[in-house]
Design a binder for this molecule. Structure first.
Ligand code: ADP
Length: 188
């Protein structure tokens, strides 16, 4: 597996580098299967019903076990652009943050803002549950049809700009094309 590509922002205060209390998250991209990530929380590219679906969602439900269906049913769905947490059950990750990205309808239906919101809300939920390492899939770029390069730009921008206590954000890319998109975006 190739080494992750890292982006570590360097923060400056008025008089110089900021102290450790202000350290920003490290962003990295790696190829792999998100169900195997041993981070505090993995993010699911969920549907608004928080139901077992296809793609990465189906893989997460299969790996987490049937307890996840019951936990999601109790949450009563989730609006597009928002996120909610459940335990990780049989996953190595302690938590699953279910984030609902937009379906791509051509780009004039608020898709960029809704996608950015799904990333921001995921990190806010991570802060609430005390998760300091979070792995994201490429939300909306599969079945939901969001163009990969545009989605990658939104994802990286939203995570770089987020005010969060999360210190590691890993973009887990399932295929070469997605990894190349993230490597390009993180290098900018
Ligand atoms: P959406 O419905 O939000 O588009 P998909 O699951 O269809 O979600 O696709 C989102 C991304 O997740 C795609 O890049 C897809 O290749 C990827 N993906 C599918 N399975 C996995 C997995 N096990 N781990 C990480 N990413 C995955």
């Amino acid at each position: 597996m190739p080494a992750p590509v890292r982006f570590v922002p360097f923060l400056w205060g008025i008089d110089g580098p900021l102290g450790s209390e202000s350290v920003a998250a490290t962003l990295e991209a790696a190829q792999g299967d998100i169900t195997r990530e041993a981070v505090d929380a993995i993010v699911n590219a969920a549907n608004s019903g928080l139901a077992r679906g296809g793609g990465v969602c189906g893989a997460i439900f299969s790996a987490a076990g049937p307890e996840l269906d019951a936990a999601c049913a109790e949450l009563g769905g989730c609006p597009t652009g928002d996120a909610k947490a459940t335990p990780g059950f049989r996953l190595p990750a302690r938590w699953i943050i279910h984030a609902v990205g937009p379906v791509w309808h051509g780009g004039d239906s608020g898709e960029p803002e809704l996608l950015a919101s799904a990333y921001r809300r995921s990190l806010a939920v991570a802060d609430e549950i005390g998760a300091s390492s979070v792995a994201f899939p490429a939300i909306s770029t599969g079945i939901y049809g969001y163009p990969l390069d545009a989605a990658t730009h939104v994802a990286v921008r939203a995570c770089r700009d987020a005010e969060t206590s999360v210190d590691l954000i890993r973009f887990v890319c399932f295929d070469d094309r997605t990894l190349a998109a993230y490597e390009g975006e993180l290098a900018d």
